[in-house]
Write a protein that binds this ligand. Structure first.
Ligand code: ATP
Length: 207
């Protein structure tokens, strides 16, 4: 039976990509971990983007050419704070930086995807709808929770003030707009048991 099962999986042409997203403190990373526990692979786009700027020599050269040598510190590591401050008030540079990083992440994802054998794979991306990446996915899965609950969770997790969390929320796409765009929605307003149950129900009902 085992063999038959794996034969069936190999015959699958391409895994279906489910875009997993949510605003700050929504619980998308927690859901991603549950998804992995249920046996499905998750690509963490934001983590990979952070890693790629240090892994790729080509990116290093191009980012330095755009922002100056100080974009990397004395240990050769990407200086996130310097870069954030530099592009904060320069939209053109931010755009060009994204034009360097986003295609590199896309290629990294394609390479990862080629190695996957499951019929479903998940791509966690904070900016799924903002960057219209949902168009490249079979379905989108949104994790959402009420603003005050999200704020409280981030305050507990990161030791941030309410105002600091609120400032991030204000820059993100409003939840009501994401809800309109999402194919599947997990409402994460209660506890972790409920969150896990909802995750299980949704991922095993995707056809
Ligand atoms: P960010 O975008 O800020 O990285 P996120 O959407 O990935 O956030 P998580 O890190 O998964 O969110 O969750 C935020 C915090 O809230 C974490 O500390 C997590 O353990 C906690 N949390 C998430 N869901 C619940 C829940 N249902 N009950 C209790 N705590 C929760």
């Amino acid at each position: 039976m085992e063999e038959l099962h794996s034969e069936t999986q190999k015959a699958e042409p391409e895994p279906k990509i489910i875009g997993l997203t949510g605003g700050i403190g929504s619980g998308k990373t927690t859901v991603a971990r549950f998804i992995e526990e249920f046996g499905f692979p998750v690509y963490y786009s934001d983590d990979r983007a952070k890693a790629i700027v240090n892994e790729s020599e080509d990116l290093k050269v191009r980012i330095k050419a755009l922002l100056g040598d100080k974009a990397y510190d004395e240990n050769g590591l990407y200086d996130r704070k310097f870069v954030a401050e530099k592009v904060f008030s320069n939209k053109e540079q931010l755009h060009e930086l994204n034009e360097i990083i986003h295609p590199a992440v896309r290629i990294d994802f394609e390479e990862w995807l080629n190695k996957q054998t499951k019929y479903l794979v998940f791509k966690e991306t904070a900016l799924l709808f903002e960057l219209k990446l949902n168009r490249q996915c079979y379905k989108s899965l949104l994790v959402t929770a009420e603003d005050n609950i999200r704020a409280k969770r981030v305050m507990d997790r990161d030791g941030k003030t309410y105002r600091e969390v609120e400032a991030v929320m204000e820059k993100q796409m409003p939840e009501k707009d994401k809800i309109k765009l999402a194919d599947c929605i997990i409402h994460n307003n209660t506890n972790l048991e409920d969150l896990k149950e909802q995750t299980e129900q949704i991922i095993f009902s995707i056809e």
